[in-house]
Design a protein around this ligand. Structure first.
Ligand code: ATP
Length: 158
């Protein structure tokens, strides 16, 4: 189905704001349309990423939706960040960067493993950029095949 991601972000961010006293800023020029197979899964993915941004930072959280060829959602926090050597492991089940620093936030290290599964199922790509002590940006990239889909499929078929 075609969705306006801005609506979905407003909804998920609204729910986060209702639960936590934190500033979430949404930056998007309406509408940002994309094709998605499952809105509930997309929302679940967003909740996991927004919740991590909240857990591992104390400052504002910025959410950007834009179309640059592919449609992209970025969730940026200005928190503790992830050490370089941990970046390739955070999507593994039960992986937590550092038991000491993670203890106070609770959790089992399952959120990002589930996020990866949801992303695979939605056929979107997750990219993570992080600098320790500066913060983390996670991008959800929607396959540009979807957007140019009709054209590519008809070419393949001919
Ligand atoms: P839960 O099972 O409740 O999701 P979790 O947050 O520890 O627990 P993941 O969401 O899988 O599990 O994240 C894995 C690890 O990656 C975290 O323990 C944390 O160390 C690190 N991490 C994830 N997101 C961020 C972020 N935005 N900033 C800093 N570290 C992060």
């Amino acid at each position: 189905v075609q969705v306006n991601i801005v609506r979905i972000l407003e909804e998920t961010i609204g729910a986060m704001k209702a639960s936590y006293d934190r500033e979430f800023l949404l930056e998007a020029e309406e509408p940002v349309l994309t094709e998605t197979t499952d809105i509930a899964k997309l929302k679940q993915l967003l909740y996991i990423l927004l919740d991590n941004a909240r857990k591992y930072s104390e400052d504002r959280i910025e959410v950007v939706a834009k179309k640059e060829g592919a449609t992209v959602i970025q969730i940026r926090d200005y928190g503790i960040g992830i050490p370089k050597q941990s970046l390739s492991h955070v999507f593994e089940r039960f992986y937590r960067v550092d038991k000491a620093r993670s203890r106070e936030t609770g959790g089992f290290g399952l959120g990002l493993a589930l996020a990866k599964q949801l992303a695979d199922s939605l056929e979107v790509t997750l990219e993570i950029e992080s600098v320790e002590q500066l913060g983390t940006t996670i991008s959800i990239i929607f396959s540009s095949n979807f957007n140019a889909g009709g054209l590519e499929l008809s070419q393949e078929g001919s």
